[in-house]
Design a protein around this ligand. Structure first.
Ligand SMILES: [Mn+2]
Length: 334
C-alpha cells in the first residue's frame, strides 16, 4: 500500500467515483476518500463524480453538495485525472452506463486505477491497487486503508462520513458480520472523534408526510391471519394519490419500503407477510413478500406465482382487474 500512497502523491488530479444506483455506503466511501486525501494533500485537485441519482437522506455529510453526477466517461474526458479511485464495487460495468468507453480512456490515457471494495464478487478491473478485506462496508475499508495502514489524519467530519456508510450498510450493525469485533472497535474510534450516532440515525429514520400517508393506508388495510399478515394499496388510493401525482412515484416507493422494513415481519406473532400494490403499469399488481427465519420462506411463496428472490425477501407480480381480485387469487394458493 506504500505504492498506493506514492501514486496519490504523484497525481495532481484524482477522480473518485462509486457505483450506479449508488447507496449510502458508496457515497460515504467516495466522500471519505476525498476528504482524507484532501486533508493530507490540500494542493491536489480532487473530484467526486458518481453516475447515479444520489440518496439525499445523507446530504448533511460534509462535501455532499460538491458531488457531480455526470456520465463517467464525459467526466474523465473533461477532468483528465491521472488517477481514478473506484469505491464500493469491483466490476467496471457497475460504474457507468458506457463503461467500455471508460475502459478505453483508462488504457489510452494510462490512468492509475485504485479499487476499494468489500464485496465477495469477482473483479473485472485491471487495477494498479486493489484493497478488499471483505469487511461489512466499504466505508470501513476506506478507514482501515487510509487511517490504520497509511496513517492519514482524521477529524470529526470524516468520522461522521465513515460511520454513516457503516451504519447504512450493516443495517445498523444487525447483519451477519465476520469482522464484528473489528467493526465495533472502529465504531469506538469514530465516536471518540465526537460523532453522534443519534444524529446519523435521525437522518436515516426521518419520515416525510407522504411516507406517513402511505404507512397509514397500508396499516388501515392490514389483515392478520394465524401466522401471516398482508395488506395492500387500494385502487382508489393509487388512482387519486399516485396517478394524479399528489404523491410522486419515488415517494410512493419510499413509503412502501418503510412499511415493508418496519412492519411486514413484525406484526403480532406473524412469521411472514406480503403487500399488494399497483405498479405504474395498470392492472399489474406487484407483491412484496417478507418472512422471518422460521417457517415458510418468502421465496417458496413467491415461486408459486412465478416469482423469486431470497429466502427472507422476495416478490412476484400478478395480473388482475382490481386489487381485491388480486388478493382473492393470492389467498386461494395459501
Ligand atoms: Mn457497500
Amino acid at each position: 500500500m506504500k505504492k498506493f500512497k506514492q501514486d496519490i502523491e504523484e497525481s495532481k488530479k484524482i477522480l473518485i467515483t462509486s457505483h450506479i444506483n449508488c447507496d449510502q455506503d458508496g457515497i460515504s466511501s467516495a466522500l471519505a476518500t476525498k476528504l482524507l486525501i484532501d486533508k493530507k494533500f490540500p494542493e491536489k485537485e480532487l473530484l467526486i463524480n458518481i453516475e447515479s441519482e444520489l440518496q439525499n437522506n445523507i446530504s448533511f455529510l460534509k462535501g455532499f453538495s460538491e458531488i457531480k453526477t455526470d456520465n463517467l466517461a464525459d467526466c474523465i474526458k473533461k477532468f483528465k485525472p491521472e488517477m481514478i479511485i473506484f469505491t464500493d464495487g469491483q466490476k467496471i460495468n457497475r460504474f457507468s452506463s458506457n463503461y467500455e468507453e471508460v475502459q478505453e480512456l483508462i488504457e489510452k490515457e494510462k490512468i492509475t486505477i485504485a479499487v476499494i471494495d468489500h464485496h465477495e464478487s469477482e473483479t473485472t478491473f485491471i487495477a494498479n491497487h486493489h484493497y478488499n478485506n471483505l469487511r461489512s462496508s466499504c466505508a470501513e475499508e476506506v478507514y482501515h486503508l487510509f487511517v490504520t495502514e497509511l496513517e492519514f489524519k482524521m477529524d470529526k467530519d470524516i468520522a461522521e462520513v465513515i460511520l454513516t456508510g457503516m451504519i447504512f450498510d450493516t443495517g445498523v450493525f444487525t447483519y451477519k458480520n465476520n469482522h464484528f469485533r473489528e467493526t465495533m472497535n472502529t465504531v469506538a474510534d469514530l465516536v471518540e472523534y465526537g460523532v453522534a450516532i443519534e444524529n446519523i440515525l435521525y437522518y436515516k429514520n426521518r419520515y416525510s408526510r407522504q411516507d406517513l400517508e402511505i404507512i397509514s393506508e397500508l396499516s388501515k388495510n392490514l389483515v392478520v391471519k394465524e401466522d401471516f399478515c398482508y395488506t395492500y394499496i387500494s385502487d382508489k388510493f393509487f388512482k387519486e394519490k399516485v396517478l394524479k401525482n399528489k404523491i410522486p412515484l419515488n415517494l410512493f416507493n419510499s413509503g412502501r419500503h418503510i412499511w415493508t422494513r418496519l412492519f411486514l415481519k413484525n406484526i403480532e406473532y406473524c412469521k411472514w407477510g406480503f403487500i399488494i400494490y399497483q405498479s405504474n403499469f395498470l392492472k399489474e399488481y406487484v407483491v412484496t413478500v417478507r418472512s422471518r427465519q422460521v417457517g415458510k420462506t418468502a421465496r417458496e411463496f413467491a415461486e408459486k406465482f412465478g416469482g423469486g428472490g431470497h429466502d427472507q425477501a422476495s416478490g412476484f407480480s400478478i395480473l388482475a382487474k382490481s386489487v381485491k381480485l388480486a388478493e382473492k387469487e393470492i389467498l386461494k394458493k395459501i
